[in-house]
Design a protein around this ligand. Structure first.
Ligand code: FAD
Length: 419
């Protein structure tokens, strides 16, 4: 059990598994380990999960996990929109390109839900287990090492410094992971030619209810149906924000209106550049996801491009695989370095395949569109085939909706949840 001892300055905690970062990867891993009877502490640097413009897509495979945990009905009571078909507009051609309605899962759609609702749901379920502790406003700043082994983390909290000693430290602190840096895990950068500008526009009753990918020469806009509003992702060539800003806000609004003429009457809602958030895109992965006492998962192990909107799903899948492989060894205090290597062996393959796909789309489609400075875009052959043969739309649906090597909950519920 946890032990809390205070010395003069540093609060010290001992636990079995300490997870840095309460995003999709960290919360799902913490929940599954605690449910399986492993004592877990999750440290999250923010005070809450209320951050806008994060991946808000809950894929069919994650919904399937909710079903396996027996929580699907409760989960779907949270407000969400269903995306069963995704549509692309490429120059003059508009076509459905992804059709989830034939997936062999209970939910044949992506649930579009604010990520904070998803994380709050996981936190609510996890804190029912006495084995789970979530500490908000705890920012991990460094690792504690002994004889080449990671044995804990140092963090700052409003109450002062905190040291958490653990049999295993998990880096789930996202693409800018401090834990992977401090742990000396080497990063292979794969590169991304674009960044994304996020903003909102009101959604009118008469608008389509389909999530849309719209491409015209030099510009891409993705519009995600969020009920009352559209969450808009305007894709720009990397490093060109200053150039776009220099042309002025009216020019930016005009560009948005040209891509989405039905929303022309609402582009004035982008009142200042403060309404437009820059999200930088990175694609990378660790060559080795672990070292004695330390494991990285989710974006901390492999930052994902937004292409396909699969980063949250992959982070969750990493967490499920890690829980399946590590819950027993952690609970029984027999964790070996090879157990950590097994997590990388299991999850590296799906990561490589998906990143490969993202890099191909970045090079062949995104770079081509952003580099085009006029004239009508010629729709790629793949899009024309998807338009012509509806059965083909099931392939990207499987790839995006289920991913490669889908994981299932194999960990038992050994901790007794509070009612
Ligand atoms: C522009 C853009 C759009 C995207 N859109 C989508 C999408 O639509 N769908 C999708 O599936 N994916 C999308 N992604 C990818 C997705 O956001 C990530 O892949 C996913 O969030 C990874 O989850 P994670 O838990 O590994 O990391 P994160 O979600 O980054 O969570 C890390 C957590 O760790 C916390 N943290 C960080 N540092 C510390 C520290 N030192 N101490 C304690 N806590 C810390 C953070 O506050 C955060 O809560 C998008 C990415 C980008 C860049």
């Amino acid at each position: 059990m946890q032990m809390q001892v205070s010395d003069m300055t540093t609060n010290k905690i001992t636990t079995t598994c300490c997870i840095a970062g309460g995003g999709p990867a960290g919360m799902m891993l913490g929940l599954l380990l605690a449910r399986a009877g492993v004592v877990v502490v999750v440290l999250e640097k923010h005070a809450d999960f209320l951050r806008d413009f994060r991946g808000d897509t809950i894929h069919p495979s994650t919904l399937e996990l909710m079903h396996e945990l027996g929580w699907l009905d409760d989960f779907l009571k949270l407000p969400h929109q269903k995306a069963a078909v995704l549509t692309a507009q490429f120059g003059g051609l508009t076509a459905p390109v992804v059709d989830f309605t034939h997936l062999p899962t209970r939910c044949k759609f992506i649930a579009l839900m604010p990520q904070w609702d998803f994380l709050n749901f996981l936190a609510d379920r996890a804190t029912r287990y006495p084995t789970f502790t979530l500490t908000m406003r705890a920012e991990v700043t460094g690792l504690v090492e002994e004889a080449g082994r990671v044995v804990g983390v140092r963090a700052t909290t409003p109450e002062g410094p905190l040291e958490v000693r653990a049999d295993l430290v998990v880096a789930a602190d996202g693409r800018a992971s401090i834990v992977r840096t401090r742990g000396g895990l080497a990063v292979e950068t794969l590169g991304a030619p674009m960044d994304v500008l996020w903003f909102r526009l009101t959604r009118a009753q008469t608008d389509s209810d389909q999530t849309m990918f719209i491409a015209r020469a030099g510009r891409i806009l993705v519009m995600i149906d969020r009920g009352e509003h559209w969450q808009c992702a305007y894709v720009i060539a990397k490093g060109t924000l200053d150039e776009i800003r220099a042309k002025g806000l009216p020019a930016f609004r005009d560009s948005v209106a040209a891509l989405a003429p039905f929303a022309r009457d609402r582009v004035g809602e982008i009142a200042s550049w403060d309404d437009v958030k820059l999200l930088t895109v990175a694609v990378d992965r660790l060559t080795r996801w672990h070292r004695p006492g330390l494991l990285a998962i989710g974006d901390a192990a492999h930052a994902m491009s937004p292409i396909g909107g699969v980063g949250v799903n992959l982070a969750v899948q990493d967490a499920v695989a890690a829980a399946n492989l590590l819950a027993g060894p952690l609970r029984e205090k027999r964790l070996r370095d090879d157990d950590l290597a097994r997590v990388q062996r299991r999850r590296e393959f799906p990561t490589r395949i998906i990143q490969r796909f993202q890099i191909i789309v970045q090079k062949r489609i995104v770079t081509r569109i952003l580099g085009s400075d006029g004239g009508e875009l010629t729709p790629p052959l793949a899009l024309r085939l998807l338009q012509r043969y509806p059965v083909l739309r099931r392939l990207p649906a499987r790839f995006i909706g289920l991913g490669v090597r889908p994981e299932h909950v194999r960990t038992p519920e050994l901790a007794q949840p509070a009612k």
